[in-house]
Design a protein around this ligand. Structure first.
Ligand SMILES: O=C(O)C(=O)C[C@H](O)[C@H](O)COP(=O)(O)O
Length: 305
């Protein structure tokens, strides 16, 4: 089965990941929404078009990103250029396999990705799936956030499936109440929300994954699938409800992109006709391989489709 283009919207950065050798860092290009697009590109057959919507600068690293997208088969038509700004940088630190991030992204070009309503509308026109995250929202100024959510709502009304990963990053937000309010406003325009239970418990106080499902459904989401590390995965919504148990566990080398790759695995499996429990198992299997390797984009995890 093939369909309309898949558009992922957000910020990609230069990534520094530990090489394993003291003082040596590996340079890559990554960012949550790009990671999901990258895994989707490799999981889906070439008949599918996977596109990225972002804003970059004119310098060397911005060009490297655009070249990277082209080399990876990701459509960069909707990556616009900002003559004044550059792309951001982040570094991964690892402690017992669990990742944390340092960011240099306050002035990045991607902060302007929703400034031009016509460009945003053109990017979304005809998209089968529009994918974005709480990080996409967190980097935007308030006017950009409102513009993006409005454009996604319009796209949803026009038949695009809107998919949202809350990906809570408090450092990107002025304060926690603003983050929580904006995340729920975004979930309200989403057909599918893919939260991670640890984050949701921490910031929304959800007692269990079922509470996360119920909260997002009450806000207007169509379907919710709650990622839970290696624990059972709860889902609910208009496509069905249930619990997927007995997922194999992995000792991680680097958990970066566990959630992003899960999202891609899930969407690709659903597009391939899998039911929700089967799609969850396929997504989990992919993220298990991803966390056995360093960095966000793990070529070993996915042969190119
Ligand atoms: O934090 C950001 O802005 C990034 O985009 C860096 C990372 O590549 C993703 O955040 C990884 O996402 P997880 O799947 O949650 O590990």
């Amino acid at each position: 089965m093939t369909g309309k283009p898949i558009l992922s919207i957000g910020e990609a950065m230069v990534e520094l990941s530990p090489s394993g050798q003291d003082g040596l860092w590996r340079l890559g290009i990554a960012g949550d929404t790009l990671n999901t697009a990258w895994y989707l590109r490799r999981l889906l057959s070439a008949d599918w078009r996977v596109a990225y919507c972002s804003r970059v600068g004119l310098g060397e690293f911005s060009q490297q990103m655009v070249d990277f997208l082209a080399a990876e088969g990701i459509d960069a038509t909707h990556v616009t250029r900002d003559p004044q700004r550059e792309i951001a940088l982040y570094a991964i630190s690892l402690k017992d396999g669990e990742r944390s991030f340092s960011y240099w992204r306050d002035t990045s070009a991607a902060r302007g990705l929703a400034d031009d309503p016509a460009a945003l509308a053109a990017a979304l026109a005809g998209a089968g799936i529009a994918y974005f995250s709480g990080i996409t929202l967190g980097i935007l100024p308030p006017a950009g956030r409102a513009a993006l959510i409005g454009a996604l709502k319009g796209a949803r009304d026009a038949g695009t499936q809107v998919v949202f990963d809350p990906n809570l990053r408090p450092r990107l937000w002025p304060d926690i109440p603003t983050m929580c309010r904006e995340i729920e406003a975004a979930a309200a325009v989403a057909d599918l929300v893919l939260p991670s239970f640890d984050d949701e418990r921490g910031f929304f106080g959800d007692a269990d994954p079922q509470a996360t499902v119920a909260r997002y459904l009450a806000r207007g989401a169509g379907q919710v699938v709650v990622k839970a590390g290696g624990d059972a995965i709860r889902y609910g919504g208009r496509e069905g409800a249930g619990l997927v148990e007995g997922l194999p566990r992995e000792v991680p080398v680097d958990t970066t992109s566990a959630g992003d790759s899960f999202n891609a695995g899930y969407l690709a499996a659903r597009l391939d006709g899998a039911d929700i429990p089967a799609a969850i198992r396929r997504a989990h299997d992919l993220s298990r391989v991803v966390i056995r390797h360093r960095g966000a984009l793990v070529r070993e995890a996915v042969a190119r489709g």
